[in-house]
Design a binder for this molecule. Structure first.
Ligand code: ATP
Length: 305
């Protein structure tokens, strides 16, 4: 029997995040282009009587907001997979976070996807890919994309994912905030802003898809968009200054990641990312790193017998 399985899963960013009206089920309709970038959480699972979770993180991050009870998405993922197969297996889950918590980069979703994959291997279940994606969608809107990775179009509430073929490598400078931002709070602010004129059905601009297909970094930068940005900036106005600074530092585009507060700056290549990161670091607004995209989704990196 396998004694440990280690899986990594990447952070996601949204190159376009179109947010529509609230649906009958309470979720907002989304039209988004996801990209997975090279910041990772790592999940290790080992056999155990009960389902448990422990959390640690890279030194720059705090895990204060991550629950260690039944509400942790990794615990929910393990239970969901076991239930799906009519099993009562336990598992000890150990999370190592490299993705900022409540940073708008779907770190929790990455853990959910990684745990589905890790438990599937640990318990030797060989769940079909389509079933895993369906279970992932039940865990959260961003979880199917964390399984898929690379670049994909997301529709529905984000859980319906279609891979998108793109060319080339993109380099992103990521400015992380020490204090996270609650996704529900940002959506509430979005709803307040649209009380009088409701949001329109969301669309993905053809110009962005075409720029991604021909690998035109400057055009991709020009067409980045995020319908949650204004709402997030109303809650955290200082982030507007960070985005502005990135543009002054010559980034091709500057945008909030999902519901924020992480800020993303698109660069021409690695050398340009180093330069932009240096400029932003001098401002001491938060931790600055850089990462390439697209990268693959959740994958098994080690198995110990
Ligand atoms: P969302 O995925 O809701 O857009 P986000 O990407 O901004 O959010 P996450 O790091 O995914 O942020 O965490 C959102 C919240 O989910 C956390 O504040 C925490 O309360 C809860 N949570 C549950 N499980 C996890 C997990 N494994 N890692 C991080 N947060 C978790």
């Amino acid at each position: 029997m396998t004694a440990a399985v280690v899986v990594t899963a990447p952070a996601k960013i949204n190159l376009v995040l179109g947010v529509g009206p609230v649906r009958a089920d309470g979720f907002h309709a989304l039209a988004t282009v996801y990209q997975a970038i090279g910041l990772f959480d790592q999940v290790t699972v080992t056999p155990a009587e009960d389902v448990t979770v422990t959390v640690e993180a890279d030194p720059r991050l705090t895990v204060a907001g991550v629950p260690t009870d039944e509400s942790n998405i990794a615990v929910r993922a393990a239970r969901l997979l076991a239930d799906h197969h009519g099993l009562e297996h336990g598992v000890a889950i150990s999370l190592h976070k490299g993705i900022p918590v409540a940073g708008g980069m779907a770190g929790g979703s990455a853990d959910g996807a990684a745990t589905l994959l890790a438990c599937d291997r640990l318990w030797n279940l060989r769940t079909r890919r389509e079933e895993l994606l369906e279970l992932a969608g039940r865990l959260g809107s961003d979880v199917p994309f964390a399984l898929l990775g690379c670049t994909a179009i997301g529709s529905g509430r984000g859980e319906v994912v279609t891979p998108l073929m793109t060319r080339g490598e993109y380099w992103w400078v990521v400015l992380e905030s020490v204090v996270g931002l609650s996704t529900p709070a940002v959506y509430r602010e979005f709803d307040v802003m649209h009380e009088v004129s409701p949001a329109r059905p969301p669309e993905i601009p053809d110009e962005l898809i075409s720029a991604l297909r021909r690998y035109d970094v400057a055009a991709v930068g020009m067409h980045l968009s995020n319908d949650l940005q204004q709402a997030a900036l109303r809650l955290r106005p200082e982030l507007g200054r960070a985005l502005e600074q990135g543009r002054l530092e010559s980034a091709h585009g500057a945008i909030l990641s999902g519901s924020g507060p992480s800020c993303l700056f698109l660069c021409e290549g690695r050398a340009h990312a180093l330069q932009v990161a240096g400029g932003l670091r001098a401002l001491e607004l938060g931790h600055v790193s850089f990462a390439p995209g697209p990268v693959p989704g959740a994958r098994i990196v080690a198995k110990e017998l």
